[in-house]
Ligand binder design. Structure first.
Ligand code: ZN
Ligand code: ZN
Length: 348
């Protein structure tokens, strides 16, 4: 969701790096922006100079175009290691390709690696029954559901190069030496389970991935893979953990949008956005509604076609959070949709 954070944060670079053209953002660290074929039209990757080779942090969607952009951006430099912050295809997409091309090793959180391996191997020509049941449970618009039943769904394998077996695990509190610095690994959660963030020990830099974005709030979605999950709770808990380490001196290198300072303030926003959204949702659920009927209070605007899928999984996440927290009840409608209703609070 958009959250209007821009004014309160400091952006050392007013304009984004040109697509595919590395821009130095700190000694030994380059920002490489790659295109994405969706509303969020780019992803940020980073190149860290290790002296005897380079570490790449996140990799972009796999396409012929992004492979060519990497070749140009690297300009003959050898990549020895790929660090992936989390399993989403815009971050893990070309990891397997860089490994194959450069003989690089893969370093990422275990959950992310398992998810990426599992999802790339699970190729589906049509939505599986569990996915269809999940969409129904969310109250998906009948026309959109009917169209999706006849279409090949988004497949991880369409945007993620095959991942070889074997990787090195990033763990909470562990350290990584890269770009002439030592970094402490701290795990985020909620946007993706076990989302790695890297904090330089000199206190200057944070590689934030999608956990620490400026100006857009990371999508918190529930999927058929874990239909009862509560990623909003995971998100809020991880923000509290990470906020304890944030300082105004940190330059945050995020997975999308512009590098920024003002992380303590931003951490507050990244939790407050959801607390406010949950309060609006609770009011909206004075009468029973499906998740698909909750876009307006959550996003405060109409949702267009290309955003429908992400909006639906995020609406499910917020309804589920109220339910897990005892703030809402639910019952099945005849068509399989959950009808959520706020627990009426006693008047004071
Ligand atoms: Zn992500
Ligand atoms: Zn992303």
């Amino acid at each position: 969701m958009m959250d209007g954070a821009r004014s309160a944060l400091v952006y050392p670079w007013e304009t984004p790096a040109e697509i595919g053209v590395p821009r130095e953002v700190a000694p030994g660290i380059e920002w490489v922006r790659l295109p994405l074929p969706m509303a969020l039209d780019h992803v940020n990757c980073y190149l860290l100079d290790d002296g005897d080779g380079w570490t790449v942090v996140d990799t972009g969607f796999d396409s012929r175009k992004t492979r060519a952009l990497w070749d140009t951006a690297l300009n003959g430099r050898r990549v020895r290691r790929v660090i992936v912050t989390h399993h989403h295809p815009d971050h893990v997409g070309l990891a397997g390709w860089v490994m194959a091309e450069h003989g690089a090793e893969l370093v990422m959180p275990r959950t992310g690696w398992l998810m990426a391996r599992m999802l790339t191997l699970d190729v589906q020509d049509r939505p599986v029954p569990e996915t269809v049941a999940f969409w129904r449970s969310a109250g998906m618009d009948p026309d959109i559901l009917a169209a999706r039943l006849e279409e090949r769904p988004f497949n991880f394998a369409d945007a993620v190069a095959p991942l070889p077996l074997g990787y090195t695990r990033l763990v909470e509190g562990g350290t990584v030496d890269a770009g002439g610095r030592r970094w402490t690994v701290r795990m985020g959660d909620g946007h993706a389970p076990e989302h790695a963030t890297l904090w330089s020990e000199d206190g200057a830099l944070v590689l934030g991935g999608d956990q620490l974005l400026p100006s857009i709030s990371p999508n918190l979605g529930v999927y058929a893979t874990e239909p009862e999950a509560d990623p909003v709770a995971d998100w809020l808990a991880s923000c509290v953990r990470l906020a304890a380490h944030a300082t105004d001196a940190h330059l945050v290198l995020p997975g999308h949008k512009l590098p920024y300072r003002g992380l303590p303030f931003r951490m507050g926003q990244l939790t407050d956005n959801h607390h406010r959204a949950l309060e609006r949702l609770e009011v909206h659920l004075a009468r029973p509604r499906t998740a698909a009927e909750c876009f307006l209070p959550l996003f405060k605007r109409q949702i267009g076609g290309g955003e429908y899928g992400l909006a639906l999984v995020e609406a499910m996440a917020h309804c589920l959070h109220l339910w897990h927290a005892g703030r809402a009840t639910r019952r099945r409608r005849a068509d399989g949709a959950w009808l959520w209703q706020a627990v009426s609070r006693r008047a004071t």
